[in-house]
Design a protein. Structure first.
Length: 308
């Protein structure tokens, strides 16, 4: 261990009040319950050990005479007057915060300092403020809100109900952190946060795949045969899509940029419309006759090559 005077930043001529003041300042700075300093726990233990030596009049005198080292161990044959006992290896008791005994002695002085610093009591560990716990919640938002942004009401486990802003283009599963909306802190500590996960509500038309939207687009038989301009829904309104002549059912037509909008580094998605040929309702004699002629005069096999 380093020189106790060096640890506390004191000259050897420092008086008892200066020792106490230095310990108070450093103990507050590095107390592990509230310090954010690097290696606070180790530094706090070192400060306590240093105060164990020079905060005690007899031990300090023994250290200054070179009779004990910085850890309180004798450098010469054991001197009982300095707190060591025969048969115990000559070591002094270690520094701790479980104070008790004579309030007028050294333990009482240490307890008074920590009580002053952290509001603790002699006989128990002094603790500083502690942050409250975070809480989690999930909320389902309409796909149109996920695309264009908006506000949604969320009920938190704490009993609070808040309106949460949903950014445009938010990703499914995105977590939004609400500072200070979690559990309250202890001993005047800050409240925790609320973490709200955003999920897309199912849509009657669109299925989400990454940033793309997938849509089944019904078309008539004559639109498939002859081609047509077909009205197609998107999240931003209806548009026309060109169905080429002779289009088969299951063909996918892509509308660039008509999926979910861009978000961060992710570009806007596309709308993928899968054509589904829908027959007319009821029976049609003319269509049936036409199909029989086609079957007899112009047969073809759409399943050619499917044999295993």
């Amino acid at each position: 261990m380093r020189d106790p005077y060096e640890v506390l930043g004191l000259a050897k001529s420092a008086g008892a009040s200066e020792v106490k003041s230095a310990f108070r300042k450093l103990a507050k700075k590095f107390h592990p319950d509230q310090s954010k300093e690097p290696r606070a726990k180790e530094r706090f233990a070192e400060i306590g050990s240093a105060y164990e030596i020079i905060g005690d009049e007899k031990k300090r005198a023994a250290y200054d005479r070179g009779e004990i080292d910085a850890e309180g161990k004798p450098r010469a044959p054991q001197f009982e007057g300095f707190g060591a006992r025969p048969g115990q290896g000559g070591e002094f008791h270690g520094f701790n915060f479980e104070f008790g005994g004579d309030r007028g002695g050294r333990a009482g002085l240490e307890a008074d300092i920590l009580s002053e610093l952290f509001g603790g009591r002699a006989g128990g560990r002094a603790r500083g403020p502690s942050r409250g716990e975070d809480v989690a919640a999930t909320v389902s938002v309409p796909l149109a809100m996920a695309a264009g942004g908006g506000s949604v009401r969320v009920a938190l486990p704490t009993g609070k109900t808040l309106d949460v802003a949903v950014p445009a283009g938010v990703e499914d599963g995105k977590q939004i952190r609400l500072r200070g909306q979690g559990r309250p802190g202890q001993r005047n500590g800050p409240a925790g946060d609320a973490i709200v996960a955003i999920h897309y509500a199912p849509h009657p038309l669109f299925k989400v795949e990454g940033r793309d939207l997938k849509l089944d687009l019904p078309i008539t038989l004559y639109e498939a045969v002859l081609g047509a301009k077909v009205r197609t829904p998107t999240l931003s309104g209806d548009v026309e899509i060109a169905v080429p002549p002779g289009a088969s059912g299951g063909r996918v037509l892509r509308l660039r940029g008509k999926g979910l909008p861009a978000s961060g580094d992710a570009p806007a998605g596309d709308l993928l419309a899968t054509l589904r040929i829908v027959m007319p309702p009821g029976e049609d004699g003319d269509l049936a006759a036409l199909m029989r002629r086609w079957r007899d005069d112009k047969p073809y096999d759409p399943r050619a090559g499917m044999s295993v």
